[in-house]
Structures are given as C-alpha cells and as structure tokens.
Design a binder for this molecule. Structure first.
Ligand SMILES: NC(=O)c1ccc[n+]([C@@H]2O[C@H](COP(=O)([O-])OP(=O)(O)OC[C@H]3O[C@@H](n4cnc5c(N)ncnc54)[C@H](OP(=O)(O)O)[C@@H]3O)[C@@H](O)[C@H]2O)c1
Length: 268
C-alpha cells in the first residue's frame, strides 16, 4: 500500500551545491516500530559536503538522498512505538534527511529537550556523538592536560565541556570572539590562534609539560605542531582534515616521546 509522498533533495553527481536536485517520491506504509516524521530542519555538516563532492573517505554511490541528521515532529507511528504524535525529535545517521518528511525506525529518534530549538536539534546529533566518542577514545585522568583544536566548533565545544566535566585541564584553541565560547564551555585556558603562536602558548600554559592528548580535526596545517605538543606517551587523536590530509606517519617522529597517533572514525 502506498501512502503520503515527500519532496527530497538528491545529489545526482559529485560536485558543489548545484548538483542537488529536488524530487518527489512516495513513502511506503509504516512497518511495525517505524515512525513518520515531518522534517523541520536538516543538518548539513562537513562530512555531508565531502560526500557530495565525492571526496569523503567513505564513497557513496550517486545519486543519493542528501542529509544525515535533522529534527522534526512525529506525525504518525507504527505498531509498538511509544513516541506520541507531535513529539519533537532529532536524529543522526538517517540518509535522506533533507526532505519534507521521512520514515525512520523509532529507535533512531531521540526526543528533543524543551530547552533546545528544532534548529539546535538538527545540528547537534553528529557533533554530539562525535564529541562523546572522542572523549572516550584515549584514557585521560582527572588533572591531565588535553589540547583541543577548533575548540569553538560544533564538535570542539562539546568536547571541551565533556573533558572539563571529567576534571581534564583543557587548553582550547579558537580565534577572535569565539574564544569566549570556549571559556564558557569549561576550558582552563584558551589560545587565540590569530594573535598567539600556538606552540609557544602551550609550552607556557603547561610550564613545558605539554599535553597527554591533542584532538586535531584540522589535519595538514596543524599535524606537525600537534605532534610537537605531545607529552611523553601522549596521543594525537586526528579526526578531520579541514586543511587537507595529514602526511604519511613516520614512526621515527614518535620516537623521542614514545608518542601515539590514532585516527577516530566516529563509529568504532
Ligand atoms: N571523525 C568523525 O567522526 C567526525 C565527525 C564529525 C566531524 N568531524 C570533522 O571534525 C571537523 C570539525 O567539525 P565541526 O563541525 O566541529 O567544524 P566547525 O564547527 O566548522 O569548526 C571548525 C573550526 O576549525 C577552526 N579552523 C579552521 N581552519 C583552521 C586551521 N587551519 N587551523 C586551526 N583551526 C582552524 C575554525 O575555528 P577558529 O577560527 O575559531 O579556530 C573553525 O571554526 C571537520 O573536519 C569534520 O569533518 C569528524
């Protein structure tokens, strides 16, 4: 049986925003455990733009329905679903979220707290899940020092808060007025990369002891600095390539401090 249709955005070939076309498709009847949601907002994060340009580490065949995270209101529920129609929900990792409505398993939907707007809900899931995973990827004891690049970004700000909440002494890096948001998130120190040399500033703030962990989503432009700022047995956690890919890793660069480097995938 066919039911309501939806308008949905699809990227038809690799490229910029101009490759996105809006089409119409019918939605199947709800199966047990499924929910029909009226989409209010879709989040378009960095991974989304990389997938659309055809340069993401994970290749998605074209055409594909755009958008993986979003927010909206429950319109109808299938059998066995406890969510009530009208409930505001958000989600991550549901392909085709850039649409007027979608059908999703109830287990993929999270009720949105009253304090958060639907716009907030559309851009928080992936950043929040990433920050939560990053905060667990390397053991950091209370009092340990961690350096967070892009600390005012979507992922960075939540990572700062999660680490600080655990007693980690966070040094956040941001630029301009965004430094205030990093301080408010709980960073012990904030370095404004626009006016300070990051290497020297970290040396000074740690009195030469450097960092047990460095969280780096920037890649090419910051890789060597991040390595240099690791304390003995410290770990560089690379999780993005905003400035381009990091160079091939030479284990001899890790020798003097028995340092570690890992790449966080977000799913493991
Ligand atoms: N592995 C995963 O699972 C996963 C999941 C989500 C996101 N990511 C990646 O994480 C990264 C950050 O995502 P986001 O959504 O938090 O980004 P965002 O909100 O756009 O924040 C990025 C910030 O990075 C800083 N920045 C940009 N270029 C820089 C440079 N050359 N040197 C130093 N800082 C620079 C800028 O802040 P300031 O000017 O204030 O410094 C910018 O605001 C992206 O690469 C994304 O692909 C990975």
């Amino acid at each position: 049986m066919l039911r309501v249709g939806r308008r949905v955005a699809r990227a038809v070939r690799p490229g910029g925003p101009e490759v996105v076309e809006v089409g119409f498709e019918e939605l199947p009847a709800l199966a047990d455990g499924e929910v029909l949601v009226d989409v209010a907002a879709a989040g378009l994060n960095h991974a989304e733009t990389l997938i659309r340009s055809g340069s993401y580490v994970v290749r998605v065949p074209f055409p594909y329905a755009v958008g993986g995270e979003g927010s909206g209101r429950v319109r109808e529920v299938g059998r066995g679903v406890a969510l009530q129609p009208g409930t505001r929900v958000c989600w991550g990792a549901i392909p085709g979220s850039c649409a007027t409505s979608l059908v999703a398993p109830a287990a993929m939907l999270v009720p949105l707290p009253d304090a958060l707007s639907l716009d907030d809900g559309a851009c928080l899931p992936v950043a929040g899940l990433t920050a939560g995973g990053l905060a667990r990827v390397w053991p950091l004891e209370s009092g340990a020092t961690a350096l967070v690049w892009a600390a005012a970004g979507a992922v960075g700000r939540m990572l700062v808060a999660l680490l600080a909440n655990r007693g980690v002494r966070v040094i956040g890096i941001a630029s301009g007025r965004r430094v205030e948001g990093v301080r408010a998130a709980g960073a012990a120190h904030v370095i404004d990369r626009a006016v300070e040399d990051v290497g020297e500033a970290v040396l000074a703030r740690t009195e030469g002891r450097l960092c047990a962990a460095v969280f780096d989503p920037i890649g090419a432009a910051t890789y060597q600095t991040s390595l240099r700022l690791l304390a003995p047995r410290g770990c560089l956690i690379s999780y993005g390539e905003l400035s381009g890919p990091i160079p091939p890793i030479d284990p001899r660069d890790l020798f003097d401090r028995s340092a570690f480097v890992t790449r966080f995938s977000g799913t493991r």
